[in-house]
Design a protein around this ligand. Sequence first.
Ligand SMILES: Cc1cc2nc3c(=O)[nH]c(=O)nc-3n(C[C@H](O)[C@H](O)[C@H](O)COP(=O)(O)O)c2cc1C
Length: 199
Amino acid sequence: MESLAPLLSRRSYCRKKLIHPAPDDQELQRLFELVMTTPDHGNLKPWRFLIVKGDKMQVLADATLEMYRRQLPNGELTEKARRSCQEIANTPMMIIAVTDLKPEHHVSLWDQWLCGGAAVQNIMTGLHLMGYGGFWYTFLAGDELKPVLGMQPEDQVLGAISVGTPKERFVRPVERQSPNQYCFEWQGLAEQPTPYFED
Ligand SMILES: Cc1cc2nc3c(=O)[nH]c(=O)nc-3n(C[C@H](O)[C@H](O)[C@H](O)COP(=O)(O)O)c2cc1C
């Protein structure tokens, strides 16, 4: 039971709560070794990871701001958009996970997507176990940013993960919902499943 305790305390740290340092190259190498253990139907590795850090954070923040500006009907940026891009510029590192799907393969695209999501979760888990904070965003999923990120039109962002050290750690684990209402015992053919755990 207690072996799960380190994982049960995982919490997301949004970018304004993240400061330097971010993982160094050796730690990143290890993190991605963990990612390579992701269950992977057909061993297709349907993902790619872009690491953004240093002065490239400002470049990415500027490109994101430009994307927001183009998305707005009158091209006027909101205070929220500006703030969010300033936060990107201040974030120590981002890991952007994008799909690299193999549509010609007999493994379904659905399975390949699931695999990509599982890889991102492995990044989240690894960062937490290494003592870093992260936050899984998908705000960079707009088509406008694809060329900026060197992505093909068919690629999608699986996760734009902000990475760093939590400025202040949450003192208590967040109170999570009980899993009970989500778990059922199958009662056989056409029978109604019953709650697995007692409340
Ligand atoms: C695929 C995916 C995309 C997400 N994108 C966003 C996002 O763009 N903005 C956001 O505020 N939260 C987003 N979240 C939720 C946060 O990453 C986070 O899980 C949530 O705030 C709950 O925090 P917790 O992980 O500590 O429970 C996303 C989560 C997933 C799984």
